[in-house]
Ligand binder design. Structure first.
Ligand SMILES: CC(C)(COP(=O)(O)OP(=O)(O)OC[C@H]1O[C@@H](n2cnc3c(N)ncnc32)[C@H](O)[C@@H]1OP(=O)(O)O)[C@@H](O)C(=O)NCCC(=O)NCCS
Length: 173
């Protein structure tokens, strides 16, 4: 069995799993640079072409009381590269967390997205949150299919047209 901090992808590739670190700014910017406009649209739901150092720092330097993020790090290349990242932003008042996940296109279809979502669900359970939710564009079939397989359901019609609000109930009642 591989150690807990190693994720073995469907094709046998091994990636290191760890929380995102403040020192990941350059790697996050490089990952962003490898994304297509379509992927940026699906993940961020608005058009940005360049991830500034300031925005990258914001993604890497977390307020751990409210946020958690995990990366799948490829240590077979130098410098090491992030192939997938998943994050939550929790709201203590509603006992819920919003998720976001991103897998580099060349690495999709190997189980990275499902693994990251499961890691985020586990993190929410550890934080004793009641719900994990996200807004996903209705055209984003891979993400909607993935979330349906994990038990997410549409919660209500979101205010933004073209997006689906999906949620997973976590309470053990
Ligand atoms: C959506 C995304 C995270 C999926 O990541 P992934 O690593 O390819 O996902 P997995 O390999 O774990 O696939 C899990 C499931 O997703 C679905 N899926 C993945 N790729 C798919 C595709 N091209 N078409 C349809 N379903 C797909 C399938 O249900 C799949 O289950 P299966 O492998 O049992 O068939 C990835 O494509 C991505 O980062 N997209 C751009 C950013 C984005 O859309 N983020 C989500 C909004 S927050």
């Amino acid at each position: 069995m591989p150690p807990d901090n190693i994720f073995v992808a469907r094709d046998g590739s091994q990636l290191h799993v760890r929380p995102i670190l403040a020192t990941d700014v350059d790697a996050i910017q490089r990952m962003f640079g490898r994304l297509s406009p379509q992927e940026i649209h699906l993940r961020f739901q608005y058009g940005i072409r360049h991830l500034s150092a300031r925005a990258a720092r914001r993604l890497c330097e977390l307020d751990t009381a409210q946020e958690a993020a995990f990366v799948l790090m490829d240590r077979n290349v130098e410098p090491n590269e992030i192939r997938g990242v998943g994050r939550i932003h929790a709201d203590a008042a509603t006992r819920s967390a919003e998720f976001a996940v991103l897998v580099e296109r060349a690495w999709t279809g190997r189980g990275l997205g499902a693994f990251l979502m499961q890691r985020l669900i586990e993190e929410c359970r550890q934080r004793e949150l009641d719900e994990l939710w996200g807004q996903v564009l209705v055209e984003n079939r891979p993400m909607l299919d993935l979330c349906r397989q994990l038990g997410f359901a549409r919660r209500r019609t979101p205010s933004e047209p073209g997006t689906a609000l999906i949620a997973l109930h976590l309470k053990n009642d």
